[in-house]
Design a protein around this ligand. Structure first.
Ligand SMILES: C[S@@+](CC[C@H](N)C(=O)[O-])C[C@H]1O[C@@H](n2cnc3c(N)ncnc32)[C@H](O)[C@@H]1O
Length: 274
């Protein structure tokens, strides 16, 4: 399994990343260090700073770094933004270094570092997730990120993307790509859109942040739905053939709330997925 993971790093991804980690991955000795799915290559401090600027941790946030290395991501998040966090790494040497770095930066009360396998680590608690892993490892984590993390939580990845889940924001520091995603709420399924005395049923299909679907009035007229979701904020257009109308609201507890005075609401009648 571990050797498979390293072998799956595509040459294109390696060339595109333009960072130290992909270069190391071409070295079969380092790539196959016993037990590790990713070799240790620390993120340079200016890249750490930019990654954290993208996900904007606050003192209310719990940040997790999967494969935390010497802990620099969480130590910086705690020292600069007051965030709390937990880092896991399979290598006990890294955990000793990270714990010592937290002590030196006076943030031991905010962050903890644990020897653990990232694949066996729950990410439910995380408001922010940071990663410098590999494309194949990111892809293995992707379904867990989408299912376990709360809508609106933020992810930032150094060098590697998550295939067809397009990032909400992308940046670059000295040729290193940085990707930022916001976990979208799950809105696939049937919705009833009530507006005045009218009701339109919407069959919504969701592909990450992108929404498409079919609309149907009670009288049987049919139309199209398109839209986009960012965390819990959804914007969708309903086109019944006489010009499209845009609806914007927040998804919570099976409802879309447009705020007061909008004159409509939508209720999730049948969900697809969790
Ligand atoms: C590229 S380094 C990134 C370190 C740190 N996050 C940073 O950005 O500076 C990847 C780290 O993942 C750790 N690692 C590799 N496989 C792991 C696994 N299955 N579970 C936990 N940590 C792992 C390695 O020991 C290494 O420290």
């Amino acid at each position: 399994m571990k050797h498979q993971l390293t072998a799956h790093v595509s040459r294109r991804a390696v060339l595109a990343a333009g960072a130290a980690l992909p270069a190391l991955m071409t070295n079969p000795v380092i790539a196959q260090s016993p037990g590790l799915d990713v070799p240790y290559v620390p993120t340079p401090q200016d890249v750490v700073d930019r990654m954290l600027d993208m996900v904007k941790p606050t003192a209310k946030d719990f940040v997790m770094d999967l494969g935390c290395g010497d802990g620099r991501m969480l130590v910086t998040a705690a020292a600069k933004f007051g965030a709390r966090g937990r880092g896991v790494d399979l290598n006990p040497v890294r955990i000793t270094e990270a714990t010592e770095n937290a002590r030196r930066a006076n943030v031991s009360d905010k962050v903890e570092f644990i020897v653990a396998n990232l694949f066996a680590t729950s990410i439910r608690e995380a408001d922010v997730l940071t990663m410098y892993l590999l494309p194949s490892v990111n892809l293995l984590l992707r379904p867990r990120i989408l299912d376990e993390m709360r809508p609106g939580s933020r992810i930032v990845s150094h060098a590697f993307h998550m295939a067809d889940w397009e990032p909400d924001q992308q940046d670059e520091v000295r040729g290193r790509n940085l990707y930022h995603w916001i976990v979208p709420a799950k809105v696939a399924g049937k919705w009833n859109l009530h507006e005045g005395s009218n009701m339109i049923s919407l069959d919504v299909f969701q592909q990450f942040q992108n929404l498409t679907g079919l609309a149907k009035t009670e009288a049987g007229a049919k139309g199209k739905v398109t839209g986009r979701i960012k965390g819990t904020e959804v914007t969708f257009n309903v086109d019944m053939g006489n010009g499209s109308k845009t609806y914007t609201g927040k998804v919570a507890d099976g409802m879309i709330d447009p705020g007061s005075g909008a004159g409509w609401n939508a209720a999730h009648e049948t969900r697809i997925g969790r």
